[in-house]
Design a protein around this ligand. Sequence first.
Ligand code: HCA
Ligand code: CU
Length: 456
Amino acid sequence: MNRTTALRNPIFNTCSASRRATSVASSVATSQQLPSVIATRRDFSKITAKKHVSNVTNFKIIESTLREGEQFANAFFTTDKKLEIATLLDDFGVEYIELTSPAASAQSLHDCQKVAALPLKKSKTLTHIRCTMEDAKLAIESGVDGIDLVFGTSSVLREFSHGKDIEYIIDQATKVINYVKDSGKEVRFSSEDSFRSDIVDLLKIYSSVNKLKVDRVGIADTVGVASPLQVMEMVKTIRGVVDCDIEFHAHNDTGCAIANSFVALEHGVTHIDTSILGIGERNGITPLGGFVARMYSVDREYVKNKYNLKLLRELENLVADCVSVQVPFNNYITGYTAFTHKAGIHAKAILNNPETYEILSPEDFGMQRYVHIAHRLTGWNAVKSRAQQLNLELTDDEVKEVTRRIKQLADVKNQSMEDVDAVLRSFHSEVTKNEMSHHVGIALANGHTPNFFANP
Ligand code: HCA
Ligand code: CU
């Protein structure tokens, strides 16, 4: 990467942490720090080919329901539930399943070993630990395929959490990474609270661990503060100093988790962390379903071939039940209104061609679309389609008339589908009776006895 790109990077002008980074970056130009960063960049001059490569059709999911999700307020997973969730995640096809640290508790160690021993078809198992030799030893012994190391790098964490400086962090990371690598396991190093960390510190750390040949580095928006533009700048900057894979972990405090994950992939990230329904610390992280919806909208075939999308609903129901929450009405894909069309104009177009108002096809996810007609915004095309479903034969003029009645009723009070069906049925029998008496009248006038009920 260009020697000064990181220092001129607009990210440094867009948030307070970044502003601090600008001043640090320019002030350290004459200090001891910067030359080593520049030297490191020179070491990576060969990796420019990886810069700005979009991975929106070439990404991996690190599913963290059994790690980040366990940090959700309501979460309590028994061993059996963990095994059930992991098995279903594997059937769904996520590339990785991340598990709570075996150092967290005796039960966590036991559960980590149990999940790691499952005969999974596709998913690899990871555990997520502090960057210490003790945790690393336990993690290696638990039998997982890979180990995610994390260290707090923001000044606020360095001051109020672990109290260590950057040299100490790099030193410690070097010891633990080498130890994990010697065991043959996959290893990732991540900096907690990356977006409130000093960019110069981050570049030093990431380029050091990259030299140690980690499989991945991780960027974590631990507090959900980053905007998509800031993510873009951060990812581009880090992509410029590492040639390993990059993982992105987005919290959703300000509603940007999915957008941030997407932008991250567009600019060179390779792995995205998710959890089912987004459960995690506070209001959680990138939800698996929402992330999948986003990616499907870009390349439907890629996503359909990679994941068993029809299992999404089952996964969400399983986890929702387990942590005592409802799947939200407006949830991506599986929410109860996700494929419900209401306004008359929408309903008409959807009935002609679903692509008019749907970028996601409900059938691909084992869902069904629903045209809502019991309201004052309804239109006669949608009412006609409902009458056909109920096998009630009506002319277009009759459908228009009954639609007027439905609208009148819906202006007075909220209608249910049952109410509308009842109106349709009684209207239909009314017109049928009228027709009958009309025919009877004609027949009698002609001197015949009509027999409507005779067998054919
Ligand atoms: C946490 C840690 C973490 C770690 C993310 C990562 C975060 O605060 O519980 O390892 O990439 O959000 O920073 O979940
Ligand atoms: Cu997190």
